[in-house]
Design a binder for this molecule. Structure first.
Ligand SMILES: NC(=O)c1ccc[n+]([C@@H]2O[C@H](COP(=O)([O-])OP(=O)(O)OC[C@H]3O[C@@H](n4cnc5c(N)ncnc54)[C@H](OP(=O)(O)O)[C@@H]3O)[C@@H](O)[C@H]2O)c1
Length: 339
């Protein structure tokens, strides 16, 4: 069986395809034939050695994969041979709020992930894919889909149809967030460095689009197009360069979901920017398997098809990483595994 391995910090050149040894299934374990893997900014961070955890051995990278169950080990009861499944980013966070024990390991971060022809996972780490959803679409859900779902529907302050969601940039989390928001009857505002990408966002239903290069004070535009109200939820993926503008863009009582740092981490937040407006700054750490089940069920029911920018063959995983790194993508970059 072929698998990619990478020593975190070895760079994209360090991503190498290897013959991976097979092993017997243990109690509760399931063998999955992987059919699609989607990339996240986090996979670039693992490659460059900038991810949160220190790992000094090669791992199979990537958290987000979907496939079909080939075999089940002793004691498996939730999952059957032939089931179509997606893996949960945190294999031990099944339900409820985050806790240290639940997020102690993350696929493709500190333990083996999904960029392989076959993987072995505990049955509790797997969510069934709705019948109408393709493997490629399901592979976009475990990190980007769950993160956007958690930020908008689980950790926000009681969001309701007609409320406004602000999305920063047109990467995987933001475009899926736009699609989820639109499907739920929310007004979406999205920013980008590219007018062409903003035109695509309007086709997807964005109510307002803002070029953050030509409008460096884009928070003023958010307030202008919302008649001074601001956004009820902000998916803050920018970090250092954007967090204070995200706070200034939020409505009274609104939530700023702190998700990422594509412009780096650091800087200062003035607590006064939160208190008089009763805004909430909420940290988001992907989400649980239950959230994965919910976002897939919602997307399937709404007929939502995640925007997949490009699909690369398994043999061209390095090229997929480089394309992701270029920032040319709109939505998700996927690697198809096998036929
Ligand atoms: N906390 C969590 O659980 C969690 C989960 C998922 C992701 N994340 C984090 O969220 C971030 C986004 O992840 P992703 O996978 O969606 O990344 P991605 O697909 O690589 O998207 C990155 C996009 O960010 C936009 N961008 C770059 N600089 C920006 C800036 N200064 N202001 C606004 N937008 C900017 C660009 O959009 P344009 O090309 O349109 O300008 C770029 O395409 C990363 O930092 C990632 O680590 C965190």
């Amino acid at each position: 069986m072929r698998a990619y391995q990478i020593l975190p910090g070895a760079g994209i050149d360090g991503l190498q395809s290897v013959d991976y040894p097979d092993r017997e299934l243990g109690t509760g374990e399931v063998r999955v034939r992987v059919r699609a893997v989607s990339l996240n900014y986090r996979d670039l961070m693992v490659a460059s050695g900038n991810y949160l955890v220190n790992v000094d051995e090669s791992i199979i990278p990537c958290s987000d994969g979907a496939g079909e169950v080939l075999a089940v080990g002793p004691g498996v009861s939730r999952i059957q041979v032939g089931d179509r499944v997606a893996a949960s980013f945190f294999p031990y966070w099944h339900d409820g709020p985050a806790a240290p024990d639940k997020v102690r390991h993350a696929l493709g971060g500190d333990i083996d992930g999904m960029l392989a022809e076959e993987v072995i996972l505990h049955e509790d780490a797997l969510a069934r894919i709705p019948a109408g959803m393709s493997f490629i679409d399901a592979s976009t859900m475990p990190c980007a889909g769950v993160t956007a779902w958690n930020a908008i529907f689980e950790s926000s302050n009681n969001i309701r149809p007609g409320d406004t969601v602000l999305l920063l940039g047109t990467g995987g989390v933001s475009v899926l967030g736009l699609q989820l928001a639109k499907a739920a009857g929310l007004q979406a505002i999205i920013t980008s460095s590219s007018d062409d990408k903003l035109a695509r966002a309007r086709e997807l239903g964005a109510a307002h689009t803002i070029n953050y290069r030509t409008h460096p004070e884009w928070q003023e535009e958010v307030l202008r197009v919302t008649g001074g109200t601001g956004a009820h939820v902000v998916l803050e993926v920018g970090g250092q360069g954007t967090v204070n503008r995200s706070i200034a863009s939020a409505a009274m009582g609104g939530s700023i979901a702190v998700i990422g740092g594509v412009s780096g981490f650091g800087g200062e937040v003035n607590p006064a920017s939160l208190l008089a407006s009763a805004r909430r700054l909420v940290g988001i750490y992907v989400g649980s398997r239950t959230m994965l089940e919910k976002v897939m069920r919602f997307a399937d029911g709404a007929g939502l098809q995640p925007v997949v920018d490009r699909v690369f063959p398994f043999e061209e995983a390095q090229a997929a990483y480089r394309y992701m790194e270029s920032g040319a993508h709109f939505g998700k970059v996927v690697i198809a595994v096998g036929e």
